[in-house]
Design a protein around this ligand. Structure first.
Ligand SMILES: [Zn+2]
Length: 112
C-alpha cells in the first residue's frame, strides 16, 4: 500500500492524500496537482529552485573572493614597490650624508 501524505487545499482547505513518491517528485521538480475539488496547486519552493538559488549564491561568493584575492595581489605588489622605493631613498640619503661627512672632514683637515 502506498504511503499517503496529508495535504490541505490552499483554496478550499479540504484535506486529501498525496502519494509520498509523487509528493517528493513535486517538491524536487515542481509541477501542478489538484485537490479533490479540482483546485490547481503547487509547492512554492522546489528542490531545484533551492539548488539554483544556492548555486547563484556560491557563484556570487566565488566572484567576491576572486575580486578580494586580486585586490590583495595588487596591494601586495604596491607595498613591495613602495618598500623598494623607500629603500632607494634611504640608500641615496645615506650616500649623500657620507659625501657631506667626507667634505666636512676635508674642511676640518684643512683648518688644522
Ligand atoms: Zn480545493
Amino acid at each position: 500500500m502506498a504511503d499517503l501524505i496529508q495535504e490541505n487545499c490552499c483554496k478550499c482547505n479540504i484535506p486529501f492524500g498525496i502519494e509520498a513518491g509523487h509528493r517528493r517528485q513535486l517538491l524536487e521538480r515542481g509541477g501542478t496537482f489538484h485537490c479533490p475539488n479540482g483546485h490547481a496547486q503547487h509547492y512554492t519552493d522546489t528542490k531545484v529552485k533551492r539548488l539554483e538559488r544556492d548555486n547563484l549564491r556560491l557563484e556570487e561568493s566565488k566572484d567576491f573572493y576572486e575580486r578580494m584575492y586580486r585586490d590583495q595581489i595588487k596591494q601586495t605588489d604596491h607595498a613591495r614597490r613602495s618598500a623598494a622605493s623607500y629603500k632607494g631613498q634611504v640608500t641615496k640619503a645615506k650616500k649623500k650624508a657620507l659625501q657631506q661627512l667626507g667634505a666636512l672632514k676635508v674642511i676640518k683637515g684643512g683648518r688644522q
